[in-house]
Design a protein around this ligand. Structure first.
Ligand code: EPZ
Length: 422
Protein backbone atom coordinates (compact mmCIF):
# COMPACT_ATOMS: atom_id res chain seq x y z
CA UNK A 1 0.00 0.00 0.00
CA UNK A 2 1.31 3.44 -0.89
CA UNK A 3 1.55 6.59 1.18
CA UNK A 4 2.13 10.18 0.17
CA UNK A 5 4.62 12.33 2.09
CA UNK A 6 4.14 16.10 1.98
CA UNK A 7 6.51 18.61 3.57
CA UNK A 8 5.31 22.19 4.02
CA UNK A 9 7.45 24.12 1.58
CA UNK A 10 6.06 27.64 1.38
CA UNK A 11 4.20 29.42 -1.45
CA UNK A 12 3.25 27.64 -4.67
CA UNK A 13 3.71 29.02 -8.16
CA UNK A 14 2.67 27.85 -11.61
CA UNK A 15 -0.08 26.03 -13.50
CA UNK A 16 -2.06 22.86 -12.86
CA UNK A 17 -4.02 21.21 -15.71
CA UNK A 18 -7.51 20.09 -14.67
CA UNK A 19 -8.72 16.76 -16.06
CA UNK A 20 -12.13 15.58 -17.26
CA UNK A 21 -14.69 14.96 -14.53
CA UNK A 22 -14.79 11.56 -12.79
CA UNK A 23 -18.46 12.02 -11.90
CA UNK A 24 -19.38 12.94 -15.46
CA UNK A 25 -17.41 10.09 -17.00
CA UNK A 26 -19.01 7.57 -14.63
CA UNK A 27 -22.47 8.44 -15.91
CA UNK A 28 -21.45 8.97 -19.56
CA UNK A 29 -19.91 5.50 -19.87
CA UNK A 30 -23.14 3.55 -19.01
CA UNK A 31 -24.90 5.55 -21.78
CA UNK A 32 -23.19 3.16 -24.20
CA UNK A 33 -25.70 0.51 -23.02
CA UNK A 34 -28.50 2.55 -24.65
CA UNK A 35 -27.21 2.07 -28.19
CA UNK A 36 -25.81 -0.57 -30.54
CA UNK A 37 -23.47 2.03 -32.03
CA UNK A 38 -20.06 3.21 -30.72
CA UNK A 39 -19.74 5.96 -28.11
CA UNK A 40 -16.38 7.72 -27.86
CA UNK A 41 -15.51 9.86 -24.84
CA UNK A 42 -12.60 12.28 -25.12
CA UNK A 43 -10.88 14.27 -22.30
CA UNK A 44 -11.46 11.25 -20.05
CA UNK A 45 -9.73 11.19 -16.63
CA UNK A 46 -7.28 8.37 -15.88
CA UNK A 47 -8.57 7.02 -12.58
CA UNK A 48 -9.12 3.66 -10.91
CA UNK A 49 -12.90 4.28 -10.81
CA UNK A 50 -12.92 4.61 -14.62
CA UNK A 51 -11.14 1.27 -14.86
CA UNK A 52 -13.75 -0.28 -12.58
CA UNK A 53 -16.58 1.05 -14.78
CA UNK A 54 -14.79 -0.31 -17.84
CA UNK A 55 -14.58 -3.75 -16.20
CA UNK A 56 -18.27 -3.59 -15.32
CA UNK A 57 -19.33 -2.70 -18.87
CA UNK A 58 -17.11 -5.45 -20.28
CA UNK A 59 -18.79 -7.92 -17.90
CA UNK A 60 -22.11 -6.99 -19.53
CA UNK A 61 -20.72 -7.57 -23.02
CA UNK A 62 -19.67 -4.05 -24.00
CA UNK A 63 -16.42 -3.59 -25.88
CA UNK A 64 -14.41 -0.97 -24.08
CA UNK A 65 -10.92 0.25 -24.87
CA UNK A 66 -8.90 3.27 -23.89
CA UNK A 67 -6.74 5.16 -26.37
CA UNK A 68 -4.26 8.04 -26.27
CA UNK A 69 -2.86 7.04 -22.89
CA UNK A 70 -6.38 6.68 -21.48
CA UNK A 71 -7.65 10.12 -22.46
CA UNK A 72 -10.03 8.61 -25.01
CA UNK A 73 -12.47 5.84 -24.13
CA UNK A 74 -14.08 3.93 -26.99
CA UNK A 75 -17.22 1.97 -26.08
CA UNK A 76 -19.55 -0.26 -28.07
CA UNK A 77 -22.51 -2.24 -26.77
CA UNK A 78 -23.73 -3.89 -29.95
CA UNK A 79 -24.13 -7.34 -28.41
CA UNK A 80 -24.79 -7.33 -24.66
CA UNK A 81 -24.31 -10.79 -23.16
CA UNK A 82 -25.43 -10.20 -19.57
CA UNK A 83 -27.83 -7.97 -17.64
CA UNK A 84 -26.31 -8.62 -14.22
CA UNK A 85 -24.00 -6.14 -12.45
CA UNK A 86 -22.08 -8.37 -10.07
CA UNK A 87 -21.53 -7.60 -6.37
CA UNK A 88 -17.79 -8.18 -6.76
CA UNK A 89 -17.59 -5.12 -9.05
CA UNK A 90 -20.39 -3.01 -7.55
CA UNK A 91 -18.99 -3.23 -4.00
CA UNK A 92 -15.80 -1.51 -5.27
CA UNK A 93 -17.67 1.47 -6.68
CA UNK A 94 -21.28 2.48 -5.95
CA UNK A 95 -21.55 4.44 -9.25
CA UNK A 96 -21.89 0.98 -10.81
CA UNK A 97 -25.60 1.40 -10.03
CA UNK A 98 -25.76 3.78 -13.03
CA UNK A 99 -26.10 0.79 -15.36
CA UNK A 100 -29.57 0.01 -13.92
CA UNK A 101 -31.60 2.59 -15.90
CA UNK A 102 -29.85 2.13 -19.28
CA UNK A 103 -29.98 -1.70 -19.11
CA UNK A 104 -33.64 -1.67 -18.13
CA UNK A 105 -34.44 0.67 -21.04
CA UNK A 106 -32.41 -1.28 -23.62
CA UNK A 107 -33.01 -4.88 -22.50
CA UNK A 108 -36.26 -4.64 -20.53
CA UNK A 109 -34.50 -6.24 -17.57
CA UNK A 110 -31.57 -5.64 -15.25
CA UNK A 111 -30.12 -7.27 -12.14
CA UNK A 112 -27.89 -4.91 -10.16
CA UNK A 113 -26.22 -5.61 -6.84
CA UNK A 114 -27.10 -3.11 -4.14
CA UNK A 115 -23.85 -1.29 -3.35
CA UNK A 116 -24.25 -1.39 0.45
CA UNK A 117 -23.21 1.49 2.71
CA UNK A 118 -20.01 3.54 2.40
CA UNK A 119 -17.73 5.56 4.68
CA UNK A 120 -19.69 8.79 4.19
CA UNK A 121 -23.22 7.49 4.60
CA UNK A 122 -25.89 4.79 4.15
CA UNK A 123 -26.60 5.94 0.58
CA UNK A 124 -29.76 3.91 -0.21
CA UNK A 125 -31.25 3.63 -3.74
CA UNK A 126 -34.92 4.20 -2.90
CA UNK A 127 -35.12 7.32 -5.10
CA UNK A 128 -33.77 5.43 -8.12
CA UNK A 129 -36.29 2.62 -7.52
CA UNK A 130 -39.39 4.81 -7.11
CA UNK A 131 -38.48 6.83 -10.21
CA UNK A 132 -37.99 3.74 -12.39
CA UNK A 133 -41.18 2.22 -10.99
CA UNK A 134 -42.97 5.41 -12.07
CA UNK A 135 -41.79 4.57 -15.60
CA UNK A 136 -43.44 1.18 -15.27
CA UNK A 137 -40.56 -0.97 -14.03
CA UNK A 138 -41.20 -3.78 -11.56
CA UNK A 139 -38.33 -3.94 -9.08
CA UNK A 140 -37.74 -6.33 -6.23
CA UNK A 141 -34.82 -6.88 -3.91
CA UNK A 142 -33.60 -10.52 -3.75
CA UNK A 143 -30.36 -11.76 -2.15
CA UNK A 144 -28.81 -8.29 -2.17
CA UNK A 145 -29.64 -7.70 -5.81
CA UNK A 146 -32.23 -5.42 -7.39
CA UNK A 147 -34.18 -7.41 -9.95
CA UNK A 148 -35.82 -4.98 -12.36
CA UNK A 149 -37.99 -5.74 -15.36
CA UNK A 150 -40.16 -3.90 -17.82
CA UNK A 151 -41.41 -6.59 -20.17
CA UNK A 152 -43.51 -4.19 -22.28
CA UNK A 153 -40.82 -1.53 -22.21
CA UNK A 154 -40.76 1.61 -20.09
CA UNK A 155 -43.47 4.27 -20.39
CA UNK A 156 -43.04 8.01 -19.96
CA UNK A 157 -44.49 9.54 -16.78
CA UNK A 158 -44.44 12.65 -14.60
CA UNK A 159 -42.36 11.98 -11.49
CA UNK A 160 -41.06 14.19 -8.68
CA UNK A 161 -37.93 13.17 -6.81
CA UNK A 162 -38.25 13.47 -3.01
CA UNK A 163 -34.65 14.76 -2.99
CA UNK A 164 -32.60 16.11 -5.95
CA UNK A 165 -30.38 13.01 -6.07
CA UNK A 166 -27.61 13.08 -8.70
CA UNK A 167 -27.62 9.34 -9.30
CA UNK A 168 -31.41 8.95 -9.36
CA UNK A 169 -31.65 11.80 -11.89
CA UNK A 170 -28.98 10.22 -14.11
CA UNK A 171 -30.54 6.72 -14.01
CA UNK A 172 -34.03 8.08 -14.73
CA UNK A 173 -32.97 10.39 -17.55
CA UNK A 174 -31.04 7.59 -19.27
CA UNK A 175 -33.97 5.16 -18.87
CA UNK A 176 -36.52 7.66 -20.17
CA UNK A 177 -34.63 8.24 -23.45
CA UNK A 178 -35.99 4.91 -24.80
CA UNK A 179 -39.36 4.93 -22.97
CA UNK A 180 -42.64 5.27 -24.84
CA UNK A 181 -43.94 8.82 -24.54
CA UNK A 182 -42.89 11.78 -22.43
CA UNK A 183 -41.22 11.79 -19.02
CA UNK A 184 -41.20 14.92 -16.88
CA UNK A 185 -38.72 14.61 -14.02
CA UNK A 186 -39.35 17.20 -11.32
CA UNK A 187 -36.96 18.23 -8.54
CA UNK A 188 -34.20 16.83 -10.72
CA UNK A 189 -30.57 17.38 -9.74
CA UNK A 190 -28.89 20.29 -11.57
CA UNK A 191 -25.22 19.33 -11.32
CA UNK A 192 -22.93 20.11 -14.32
CA UNK A 193 -22.27 16.37 -14.71
CA UNK A 194 -25.98 15.91 -15.51
CA UNK A 195 -25.88 18.73 -18.04
CA UNK A 196 -22.90 16.98 -19.64
CA UNK A 197 -24.76 13.65 -19.72
CA UNK A 198 -27.81 15.23 -21.39
CA UNK A 199 -25.60 16.95 -23.99
CA UNK A 200 -24.05 13.60 -24.86
CA UNK A 201 -27.44 11.82 -24.99
CA UNK A 202 -28.75 14.53 -27.28
CA UNK A 203 -25.77 13.87 -29.61
CA UNK A 204 -26.90 10.21 -29.57
CA UNK A 205 -30.33 11.29 -30.79
CA UNK A 206 -32.20 11.68 -27.50
CA UNK A 207 -34.92 14.33 -27.15
CA UNK A 208 -34.32 16.12 -23.85
CA UNK A 209 -34.91 19.61 -22.49
CA UNK A 210 -34.34 21.37 -19.18
CA UNK A 211 -30.93 20.06 -18.09
CA UNK A 212 -29.44 22.28 -15.41
CA UNK A 213 -32.94 23.21 -14.20
CA UNK A 214 -35.10 21.29 -11.70
CA UNK A 215 -37.44 20.01 -14.41
CA UNK A 216 -36.11 17.77 -17.17
CA UNK A 217 -38.42 16.64 -19.99
CA UNK A 218 -37.53 13.57 -22.03
CA UNK A 219 -39.38 12.52 -25.18
CA UNK A 220 -38.71 8.81 -25.65
CA UNK A 221 -37.31 7.62 -29.02
CA UNK A 222 -37.05 4.10 -30.54
CA UNK A 223 -33.29 3.96 -30.67
CA UNK A 224 -30.12 5.97 -30.05
CA UNK A 225 -27.11 6.16 -32.35
CA UNK A 226 -23.39 6.60 -31.77
CA UNK A 227 -21.57 9.80 -30.84
CA UNK A 228 -18.29 11.36 -29.75
CA UNK A 229 -18.34 13.57 -26.64
CA UNK A 230 -15.71 15.47 -24.60
CA UNK A 231 -16.02 14.94 -20.83
CA UNK A 232 -16.63 18.23 -18.97
CA UNK A 233 -13.90 19.65 -16.72
CA UNK A 234 -13.74 18.17 -13.21
CA UNK A 235 -15.07 20.96 -10.95
CA UNK A 236 -14.12 19.04 -7.80
CA UNK A 237 -10.52 18.54 -8.91
CA UNK A 238 -10.58 22.22 -9.89
CA UNK A 239 -11.84 23.32 -6.47
CA UNK A 240 -9.29 21.11 -4.77
CA UNK A 241 -6.33 22.74 -6.56
CA UNK A 242 -7.81 26.22 -6.07
CA UNK A 243 -7.36 25.61 -2.33
CA UNK A 244 -3.65 24.75 -2.72
CA UNK A 245 -2.38 28.37 -3.11
CA UNK A 246 -4.99 29.57 -0.60
CA UNK A 247 -3.64 27.23 2.10
CA UNK A 248 0.11 27.32 1.22
CA UNK A 249 0.37 30.84 -0.24
CA UNK A 250 1.47 31.86 -3.72
CA UNK A 251 -0.40 31.90 -7.02
CA UNK A 252 -1.63 29.01 -9.16
CA UNK A 253 -3.50 28.96 -12.45
CA UNK A 254 -5.86 25.99 -12.86
CA UNK A 255 -5.83 25.29 -16.60
CA UNK A 256 -9.25 24.51 -18.07
CA UNK A 257 -11.03 25.83 -14.96
CA UNK A 258 -14.29 27.76 -15.44
CA UNK A 259 -15.92 30.00 -12.84
CA UNK A 260 -19.46 28.81 -13.74
CA UNK A 261 -18.53 25.32 -12.51
CA UNK A 262 -17.48 26.54 -9.05
CA UNK A 263 -19.40 29.80 -8.51
CA UNK A 264 -20.67 29.25 -4.94
CA UNK A 265 -17.31 27.80 -3.89
CA UNK A 266 -15.39 30.74 -5.43
CA UNK A 267 -17.65 33.17 -3.56
CA UNK A 268 -16.63 31.53 -0.27
CA UNK A 269 -12.94 31.74 -1.22
CA UNK A 270 -13.41 35.41 -2.05
CA UNK A 271 -15.04 36.01 1.34
CA UNK A 272 -12.07 34.25 2.95
CA UNK A 273 -9.64 36.68 1.30
CA UNK A 274 -8.59 34.54 -1.68
CA UNK A 275 -8.65 36.09 -5.15
CA UNK A 276 -10.09 34.05 -8.03
CA UNK A 277 -9.54 35.52 -11.46
CA UNK A 278 -10.70 34.19 -14.84
CA UNK A 279 -7.93 34.04 -17.47
CA UNK A 280 -8.00 32.97 -21.13
CA UNK A 281 -6.84 29.53 -20.12
CA UNK A 282 -8.41 28.95 -16.72
CA UNK A 283 -8.71 30.34 -13.21
CA UNK A 284 -5.87 32.11 -11.40
CA UNK A 285 -6.00 31.81 -7.60
CA UNK A 286 -3.93 33.64 -5.00
CA UNK A 287 -4.16 34.54 -1.33
CA UNK A 288 -4.68 38.31 -0.98
CA UNK A 289 -3.19 38.86 2.48
CA UNK A 290 -1.18 36.87 5.01
CA UNK A 291 -3.90 34.71 6.47
CA UNK A 292 -7.29 33.62 5.13
CA UNK A 293 -10.40 34.63 7.07
CA UNK A 294 -12.77 32.10 8.58
CA UNK A 295 -16.03 31.72 6.64
CA UNK A 296 -19.11 29.61 7.39
CA UNK A 297 -20.06 26.97 4.85
CA UNK A 298 -23.19 24.86 4.32
CA UNK A 299 -23.12 22.11 1.74
CA UNK A 300 -26.09 21.95 -0.64
CA UNK A 301 -27.13 20.49 -3.97
CA UNK A 302 -25.90 22.39 -7.05
CA UNK A 303 -25.64 25.37 -7.48
CA UNK A 304 -25.00 25.46 -3.71
CA UNK A 305 -21.64 24.68 -2.06
CA UNK A 306 -20.57 21.16 -3.15
CA UNK A 307 -20.27 18.48 -0.47
CA UNK A 308 -17.29 17.07 -2.42
CA UNK A 309 -15.30 20.23 -1.52
CA UNK A 310 -16.27 20.31 2.16
CA UNK A 311 -13.22 18.37 3.42
CA UNK A 312 -10.84 20.53 1.38
CA UNK A 313 -12.52 23.69 2.72
CA UNK A 314 -12.18 22.36 6.27
CA UNK A 315 -8.43 21.96 5.73
CA UNK A 316 -8.27 25.63 4.67
CA UNK A 317 -10.28 26.77 7.68
CA UNK A 318 -7.84 25.00 10.01
CA UNK A 319 -5.33 27.88 9.57
CA UNK A 320 -7.84 30.69 9.03
CA UNK A 321 -8.20 33.73 11.24
CA UNK A 322 -11.26 33.19 13.44
CA UNK A 323 -13.87 30.45 13.81
CA UNK A 324 -15.75 28.77 10.96
CA UNK A 325 -18.86 26.58 11.02
CA UNK A 326 -19.26 23.86 8.40
CA UNK A 327 -22.70 22.30 7.98
CA UNK A 328 -22.74 19.04 6.01
CA UNK A 329 -26.35 18.54 4.80
CA UNK A 330 -25.91 15.95 2.02
CA UNK A 331 -24.18 13.00 3.74
CA UNK A 332 -24.67 11.94 7.32
CA UNK A 333 -21.08 10.87 8.06
CA UNK A 334 -18.72 13.11 6.12
CA UNK A 335 -16.35 14.46 8.78
CA UNK A 336 -13.96 11.50 8.95
CA UNK A 337 -11.09 13.86 8.04
CA UNK A 338 -11.65 15.98 11.18
CA UNK A 339 -9.88 13.66 13.67
CA UNK A 340 -6.97 13.29 11.23
CA UNK A 341 -6.64 17.07 10.86
CA UNK A 342 -6.79 17.30 14.65
CA UNK A 343 -3.75 15.01 14.75
CA UNK A 344 -1.98 17.79 12.80
CA UNK A 345 -2.86 20.32 15.50
CA UNK A 346 -6.17 21.61 14.13
CA UNK A 347 -8.87 22.75 16.60
CA UNK A 348 -12.11 21.11 15.42
CA UNK A 349 -15.30 20.10 17.20
CA UNK A 350 -17.88 17.95 15.44
CA UNK A 351 -21.49 17.69 16.56
CA UNK A 352 -23.60 15.57 14.22
CA UNK A 353 -23.74 17.32 10.84
CA UNK A 354 -21.92 20.43 12.03
CA UNK A 355 -18.21 21.08 12.55
CA UNK A 356 -16.75 24.11 14.31
CA UNK A 357 -13.17 24.99 13.28
CA UNK A 358 -11.07 27.49 15.26
CA UNK A 359 -8.12 28.55 13.10
CA UNK A 360 -4.59 27.95 14.44
CA UNK A 361 -1.39 29.77 13.43
CA UNK A 362 0.25 26.71 11.94
CA UNK A 363 -0.43 22.98 11.52
CA UNK A 364 2.24 20.43 12.32
CA UNK A 365 3.07 17.47 10.11
CA UNK A 366 2.04 14.00 11.41
CA UNK A 367 1.25 10.49 10.12
CA UNK A 368 -2.46 10.51 9.13
CA UNK A 369 -4.84 8.08 7.45
CA UNK A 370 -7.11 8.60 4.44
CA UNK A 371 -10.68 7.36 5.00
CA UNK A 372 -12.37 8.32 1.73
CA UNK A 373 -11.60 10.08 -1.54
CA UNK A 374 -12.13 13.74 -0.57
CA UNK A 375 -10.84 13.27 3.00
CA UNK A 376 -7.56 11.94 1.58
CA UNK A 377 -6.90 15.02 -0.54
CA UNK A 378 -7.82 17.37 2.34
CA UNK A 379 -4.96 15.82 4.34
CA UNK A 380 -2.53 16.44 1.49
CA UNK A 381 -3.68 20.08 1.26
CA UNK A 382 -3.20 20.48 5.02
CA UNK A 383 0.28 18.98 4.63
CA UNK A 384 1.20 21.74 2.15
CA UNK A 385 0.75 24.30 4.94
CA UNK A 386 2.08 22.24 7.85
CA UNK A 387 5.44 22.47 9.57
CA UNK A 388 7.50 19.39 8.82
CA UNK A 389 6.40 16.12 7.26
CA UNK A 390 2.86 14.76 6.83
CA UNK A 391 2.59 11.10 5.84
CA UNK A 392 -0.84 10.20 4.39
CA UNK A 393 -1.48 6.46 4.30
CA UNK A 394 -4.15 4.47 2.37
CA UNK A 395 -3.88 6.73 -0.66
CA UNK A 396 -5.67 4.17 -2.82
CA UNK A 397 -8.70 6.27 -1.92
CA UNK A 398 -7.07 9.18 -3.74
CA UNK A 399 -6.40 7.20 -6.95
CA UNK A 400 -10.13 6.85 -7.39
CA UNK A 401 -10.59 10.54 -8.13
CA UNK A 402 -7.26 12.34 -8.65
CA UNK A 403 -4.81 11.61 -11.49
CA UNK A 404 -1.11 12.44 -10.99
CA UNK A 405 -1.63 14.41 -7.77
CA UNK A 406 2.09 14.19 -6.88
CA UNK A 407 3.25 15.42 -10.32
CA UNK A 408 0.62 18.18 -10.45
CA UNK A 409 1.55 19.59 -7.01
CA UNK A 410 5.27 19.12 -7.57
CA UNK A 411 4.83 21.12 -10.79
CA UNK A 412 3.91 24.20 -8.72
CA UNK A 413 6.73 23.77 -6.21
CA UNK A 414 5.29 21.46 -3.56
CA UNK A 415 7.60 19.05 -1.74
CA UNK A 416 5.67 15.81 -2.15
CA UNK A 417 6.43 12.18 -2.96
CA UNK A 418 4.68 8.80 -3.13
CA UNK A 419 6.27 5.90 -1.27
CA UNK A 420 5.56 2.19 -0.97
CA UNK A 421 4.75 1.11 2.58
CA UNK A 422 6.00 -2.34 3.66
C1 EPZ B 1 -22.95 11.75 -6.56
O1 EPZ B 1 -23.26 10.64 -5.72
C2 EPZ B 1 -21.42 11.83 -6.62
N1 EPZ B 1 -20.91 10.59 -7.15
C3 EPZ B 1 -20.86 12.07 -5.22
O2 EPZ B 1 -19.45 12.25 -5.34
C4 EPZ B 1 -21.44 13.35 -4.66
O3 EPZ B 1 -21.00 13.52 -3.34
C5 EPZ B 1 -22.98 13.27 -4.68
O4 EPZ B 1 -23.45 12.99 -6.01
C6 EPZ B 1 -23.62 14.56 -4.22
O5 EPZ B 1 -23.22 15.64 -4.98
C7 EPZ B 1 -20.96 10.37 -8.49
O6 EPZ B 1 -21.45 11.15 -9.28
C8 EPZ B 1 -20.39 9.07 -8.97
P1 EPZ B 1 -26.94 11.54 -4.48
P2 EPZ B 1 -24.75 10.07 -5.63
O7 EPZ B 1 -27.79 10.45 -5.03
O8 EPZ B 1 -25.38 10.11 -6.96
C9 EPZ B 1 -29.38 10.32 -0.54
C10 EPZ B 1 -17.17 11.93 -4.85
O9 EPZ B 1 -16.50 12.28 -3.86
N2 EPZ B 1 -30.10 9.37 -1.42
O10 EPZ B 1 -27.17 12.91 -4.95
O11 EPZ B 1 -24.68 8.78 -4.91
C11 EPZ B 1 -27.94 9.87 -0.30
O12 EPZ B 1 -27.85 8.91 0.71
C12 EPZ B 1 -18.58 11.33 -4.66
O13 EPZ B 1 -16.79 12.05 -6.02
C13 EPZ B 1 -31.18 8.66 -0.91
O14 EPZ B 1 -31.55 8.82 0.25
O15 EPZ B 1 -25.40 11.18 -4.67
C14 EPZ B 1 -27.25 11.16 0.04
O16 EPZ B 1 -27.40 11.44 1.38
C15 EPZ B 1 -18.91 11.06 -3.23
N3 EPZ B 1 -31.79 7.77 -1.73
C16 EPZ B 1 -28.01 12.17 -0.81
O17 EPZ B 1 -29.26 11.57 -1.17
C17 EPZ B 1 -31.40 7.57 -3.03
O18 EPZ B 1 -32.01 6.75 -3.73
C18 EPZ B 1 -27.26 12.58 -2.09
O19 EPZ B 1 -27.05 11.46 -2.88
C19 EPZ B 1 -30.31 8.30 -3.53
C20 EPZ B 1 -29.67 9.20 -2.70
Amino acid sequence: MDSIIVTGNGPLQGQIPIAGAKNACLTLMPATLLSEEPLTLTNAPRLSDIKTMTTLLQSLGSEASSLQDGKVISLSSHDLTSHTADYEIVRKMRASNLVLGPMLARLGQAVVSLPGGCAIGARPMDLHITALEALGAEIELKDGYLHAKAPGGLKGAVHELRFASVGATENTVMAATLAKGTTVLKNAAREPEIVDLVRCLRKMGAQIEGEGSSTITIEGVDRLHGATHPVVTDRIELGTYMIAPAIAGGEVECLGGKLELVQSFAEKLDAAGVSVEETDTGLKVARRNGRVQAVDVKTEVFPGFPTDLQAQMMALMCTAEGEATLDETIFENRFMHAPELTRMGADIEVHGGQARVRGVERLKGAPVMATDLRASVSLILAGLAAEGETRVSRVYHLDRGYENVVAKLRGVGAQIERVKEE
